[in-house]
Design a protein. Structure first.
Length: 69
């Protein structure tokens, strides 16, 4: 299990090292999706702001990862 996790982390690190702006861009897209959901879709999904929170967390993680790599 530890070897699998280590290999997964190595592969993800190599992948994102070449694509530093991918995660922040994905976070921005999720924030825009949340805005559109709030406008057009009634219900729990628009009330929970799920895509907003997920987008912000992914964007911040992507910025921190890009700085580290």
């Amino acid at each position: 299990m530890i070897r699998f996790l280590s290999k997964l982390l190595d592969n993800a690190s190599e992948y994102f090292a070449a694509r530093k702006g991918l995660l922040p861009l994905l976070g921005i897209v999720l924030v825009i999706i949340n805005f559109l959901v709030r406008l057009f879709v009634p219900g729990w999904l628009s009330n929970s702001d799920l895509f907003l929170h997920l987008g912000i967390v992914i964007a911040i993680f992507g910025l921190m990862l890009a700085r580290a790599l």
